[in-house]
Design a protein around this ligand. Structure first.
Ligand SMILES: Nc1nc2c(c(=O)[nH]1)N[C@H]1C(S)=C(S)[C@@H](COP(=O)(O)OP(=O)(O)OC[C@H]3O[C@@H](n4cnc5c(=O)[nH]c(N)nc54)[C@H](O)[C@@H]3O)O[C@H]1N2
Ligand SMILES: Nc1nc2c(c(=O)[nH]1)N[C@H]1C(S)=C(S)[C@@H](COP(=O)(O)OP(=O)(O)OC[C@H]3O[C@@H](n4cnc5c(=O)[nH]c(N)nc54)[C@H](O)[C@@H]3O)O[C@H]1N2
Ligand SMILES: [Mo]
Length: 650
């Protein structure tokens, strides 16, 4: 028996340390969460525990594939590399590098998985996406306010007297936060949840506030007004460490409190109670999620919430903070080397606008799309238009482990290895600062290759001498990519192997109250609020949220044809439309239609329906309903700004 340490490669808050026990004949026995790891604490979530099934899955692709007359045929690796490199060469020669689009997402958090970007940047100035499907508005907002995006440590949650979980659902998406929340509650902390849906996390809260979707900015501004009127603010912090307060306060004074409160759907008493819970129980922390910034005003929603932390002096103190994401680890990696980045811009498009870019802005210009670590056909907004855009691109090449919808719509598919079959460096948590140098548990399954090798083979076939000299082997790559970390810690790469460490130095962000903004101070945003309009034709707001059982589309791979997802709604909605639980219903937006099974959920308010994202095309892909749209800051997709009508399927 031997025990091997690896980590979870899924794009997640938790980024867990995983322990695999192997029998002497290398037959896997079990996969568990690392008991010694202070965040993983010996348990894995449902999707983390699925790694073994994914590794062994009979559905994995084990040979390069090519579509010929609509049918998939197997290719040998040399054949596939020859054909794809010939297409790459011809495309660059005939149309220039910008006619190649490289689309990469965050399907695997390994550092060496960024070799795709280095490869394409070596090939030339290919077209790439910018902006975000995920967290972009909030990242841009926190950069404006603090200068950088830093989170308090998970352990620091235990120092808070009040914790506001604002638009995050850790019981589904961030399960290793839950034990900290439970412990804080036992110690007497107020555990407050602000969410339009009474989620499983809301059910464990001491106080729950059911806010109307998209109105978080109004709520934060209303809270700020109450704080200022009652002088519950921290004058010292505002005077010494902030910038823009006078204008902030002047503009805030012009906004009527009643209008702001009305927009949130909460009662004035509830907003006052919430404000007291936050402002009068210091240290108080705000733990933000990403649901509330997938809106046209997503960026300002976060900026107004950040301002609450500064107003009350809950910044730079133990048990305080406005924790949104964590970019602390970034500084220990040589990104210029990793990405082989250009100093000037290359052609790019807003990620969420992919289909419009292909069908309108660069009509007939993109000749080849190369997809790595992503399932854009399903995960981008407006699936119907995305399918049209895919069809308009002559050649698509996808690297994946499974025949996803994106792979299915491609012309070539190259199968890659699973995290248990690779060695890699992982520091992809959006929450904590731990990192792992993972070990290979088993050799790659017959027929698949590591991405690093795939790009090495393509580069050889294309005679890319400079690339091959700069990125000769994975070990050399990791050594150079991690030079800032290795130089600073005095450790060697070999000493990191099979271990997990923590990047130190970010226990309490902004403890010295020197911010990374241009002025060195916290920046207040200028408040404004206008009421949004709703279309009467599409009266229900559809929230498409992250499922507990799967990371986006990934863990739905086993679902059979005919499966229909559930759409959750209130009793009132059921009554209004004459729907009963388990009825099949049609959901229709301006973009498209899908069928779903009605499910009653008393936690879903009137005027809102909820469906989990990530269902495959054969299971009614929810993004058939969402529109192209982008937030005020950070070029973030606006999935939750989606309006539908519902009817019984007859
Ligand atoms: N099991 C699982 N875990 C995951 C993922 C997954 O797919 N599955 N995905 C990972 C990734 S990539 C990400 S980005 C994170 C996302 O993690 P979360 O941010 O926790 O997840 P979301 O589903 O995006 O939204 C969280 C909450 O925001 C609420 N919300 C929606 N609109 C509003 C609003 O207007 N105001 C307020 N206050 N709340 C609102 C939703 O009701 C939901 O409960 O999770 C990561 N972890
Ligand atoms: N309606 C709606 N849509 C959403 C969201 C939402 O809330 N609502 N959330 C958005 C968010 S937050 C995100 S982050 C995006 C996620 O968008 P994607 O990252 O495109 O979604 P995934 O389904 O996780 O697809 C990742 C793919 O990478 C593959 N993969 C895993 N490991 C490797 C590897 O080593 N190499 C390669 N080449 N491939 C690998 C997986 O098999 C999987 O097919 O979706 C967005 N889409
Ligand atoms: Mo995400």
């Amino acid at each position: 028996m031997k025990t091997i340490k690896t980590a979870c490669s899924l794009d997640c808050w938790d980024a867990c340390s995983i322990q695999v026990t192997l029998s002497d004949d290398d037959k896997l026995i079990k996969v568990v969460g690392d008991k010694q790891h202070s965040i993983t604490r010996g348990f894995l979530c449902q999707k983390g525990a699925e790694h073994l099934n994914r590794l062994k899955s009979p559905e994995r692709i084990t040979s390069p594939m090519k579509k010929v007359n609509g049918q998939w045929v197997k290719l040998s690796w040399p054949q596939a590399i020859n054909e794809i490199s010939a297409i790459l060469r011809d495309t660059v020669n005939c149309y220039g590098a910008s006619s190649i689009l490289h689309y990469s997402e965050s399907g695997h958090g390994g550092l060496s998985k960024n070799i795709d970007t280095a490869f394409f940047n070596s090939l030339g100035k290919v077209t790439v996406p910018r902006g975000s499907l995920c967290w972009g508005a909030g990242i841009a907002a926190q950069k404006e306010d603090f200068g950088r995006v830093l989170s308090h440590t998970p352990e620091d949650t235990l120092h808070s007297k009040t914790i506001l979980i604002w638009g995050r659902n850790p019981v589904h998406t961030n399960v290793h936060l839950v034990p900290f929340l439970k412990e804080a509650k036992v110690q007497g902390a107020n555990l407050v949840v602000i969410d339009p849906i009474e989620t499983a996390t809301a059910k464990m809260a001491t106080h729950y506030f059911q806010i109307r979707p998209e109105s978080d900015g109004a709520l934060a501004l209303a809270m700020a007004k109450i704080i200022l009127e009652n002088e519950w603010f921290d004058k010292g912090f505002i005077l010494r460490f902030s910038w823009g307060f006078t204008e902030y306060a002047d503009r805030l004074a012009e906004l009527p409190l009643e209008d702001l409160i009305r927009a949130t759907g909460l009662s004035p008493e509830a907003v006052t109670q919430l404000t007291k819970l936050y402002a009068l129980h210091s240290p108080a922390s705000i733990i933000l999620g990403y649901g509330l910034q997938r809106y046209p005003k997503g960026g300002m929603n976060i900026r107004y919430i950040d301002a609450l932390g500064a107003l009350t002096g809950n910044i730079g103190i133990q048990g305080g903070g406005v924790s949104y994401g964590n970019k602390f680890v970034s500084q220990w990696i040589d990104w210029d080397y990793v990405e082989n980045a250009y100093s000037d811009r290359q052609p790019s498009f807003i990620r969420a606008f992919f289909s419009k870019y292909i069908l309108e802005e660069r009509k007939d210009e993109i000749k080849l799309m190369f997809i790595t670590k992503g399932n854009p056909l399903l995960q981008l907004p407006n699936t119907n238009q995305t399918i049209e855009a895919f069809k308009a691109i002559p050649v698509k090449v996808t690297i994946d482990l499974f025949m996803t919808d994106t792979a299915q719509y491609s012309d070539y598919v190259l199968p890659c290895s699973h995290i248990f079959e690779e060695e890699d460096f992982l520091c992809s948590s959006m929450w904590h600062s731990h990192f792992y140098y993972t070990q290979r548990v088993l050799p790659p399954r017959h027929g698949v290759k590591e991405e690093f090798e795939i790009f090495n083979l393509l580069a050889r076939s294309l005679g890319m001498k400079e690339y091959l000299a700069k990125y000769p082997s994975k070990e050399a790559y990791l050594k150079r990519a991690l030079a800032p970390l290795l130089n600073n810690s005095g450790l060697t790469l070999a000493e990191l192997q099979g271990k997990s460490f923590k990047f130190e130095g970010n226990e309490i962000p902004w403890e010295n109250r020197i911010f990374a903004t241009t002025t060195g101070k916290f920046h207040f945003a200028i408040p404004s609020w206008v009421k949004g309009n709703r279309s009467e034709d599409y009266p229900l707001q559809l929230l498409s949220l992250h499922p507990k059982h799967s990371l986006h589309s990934q863990h739905n791979v086993h679902l059979k044809e005919g499966f229909l997802p559930e759409v959750y709604m209130s009793q009132k909605t059921m009554n209004t439309y004459g729907i009963k639980p388990k009825d099949q219903v049609t959901l229709e937006s301006i973009e498209g239609k899908i069928t779903a099974v009605a499910a009653l959920d008393h936690g879903v308010p009137e005027e809102v329906i909820m469906i989990y994202e990530g269902w495959w095309i054969k299971h009614q892909a929810v993004n058939r309903l969402t529109s192209l749209g982008v937030s005020d800051l950070g070029e973030q997709a606006t999935y939750n700004h989606c309006f539908c009508k519902i009817s019984l399927l007859r």
